[in-house]
Design a protein around this ligand. Structure first.
Ligand code: 1GP
Length: 246
């Protein structure tokens, strides 16, 4: 079974899936091991690994060690083609569809495609929509794209629908890592009313209560990064709140 099918099965069985983001830039080996082992035992459904900016050249080694500790799928959440390596189980093959920068719409993807083929990594076509979470996200700087203001429901809905019609299997509503506030329930509901593909929501989610609210508004997959970097022991609370059907 593919990683994508697995995730979708989890969403229908548990009500939603919970993913922890590990930024391969920020973590020393010890904390990576601790976090991955806690994820294995806390009901986390998958790990996303990736970040907008790498400040050293150790990405490949870290992904290799994440993979060696993990009992759950390790999915590449690409910040750029430079983070590509054979240790991922699958990758979000993403296009920043909220932006108008051709390099992040199709340029990086073309550079990556032959390498992905060669490495045999499963690809999950994903339309990535950057929403303004109030903190001036690294994605915004690195992609050279403007986030959509949180209150522009019409613009966000149109982008999500366009992503679906282009064949994206997932739509990712992203407020940016460390966002001051997460994507609003109101926006999630509005997008959920028009699209048929599952929605990933991440950025600025700091409590299990907020995660549960976003799931009940229509998010199928919840991603947390910062809150778990700060305290890895919180994964279980998030997992219990997100898996409401269990
Ligand atoms: C994943 O960027 C997010 O979509 C992670 O955001 O670090 O704010 O949880 P946080």
């Amino acid at each position: 079974m593919s990683i994508f099918t697995d995730l979708i099965t989890t969403v229908s069985k548990k009500g939603a899936a919970y993913v922890v983001l590990i930024d391969p830039d920020r973590n020393d080996e010890g904390s990576i091991q601790d976090r991955v082992q806690k994820a294995n035992n806390s009901g986390v459904d998958a790990l996303f690994v990736g970040g907008s900016l790498m400040m050293d050249s150790k990405c490949k080694e870290r992904v290799k060690s994440i993979k060696s500790y993990s009992n759950i799928p390790v999915i590449f959440f690409p910040g750029g083609v430079g983070q590509l390596n054979p240790y991922y189980d699958a990758m979000l093959f993403m296009s920043v569809i909220s932006g108008r920068n051709p390099h992040y719409l199709i340029g990086e993807q073309v550079i990556a495609a032959p390498l992905v083929k060669d490495m045999g990594i499963e690809t999950i076509p994903t339309g990535y929509i950057l929403i303004d979470g109030g903190a001036g996200s690294t994605v915004e700087f690195m992609s050279g794209t403007r986030p959509i203001p949180m209150d522009r429901v019409d613009v966000t809905v149109a982008h999500a629908l366009a992503g679906q019609y282009l064949g994206m299997k997932l739509i990712y509503l992203e407020a940016g890592s460390g966002a001051n506030y997460p994507v609003s329930s109101h926006l999630i509901k509005a997008v959920n009313d028009v699209i048929d593909v599952p929605m990933i929501v991440g950025g600025g989610i700091r409590t299990p209560e907020v995660a549960a609210e976003l799931v009940h508004s229509g998010a199928s997959i919840i991603v947390t990064g910062t809150v778990i970097e700060d305290d890895a022991s919180r994964m279980k609370e998030f997992s219990d709140a997100i898996h409401w059907r269990e």
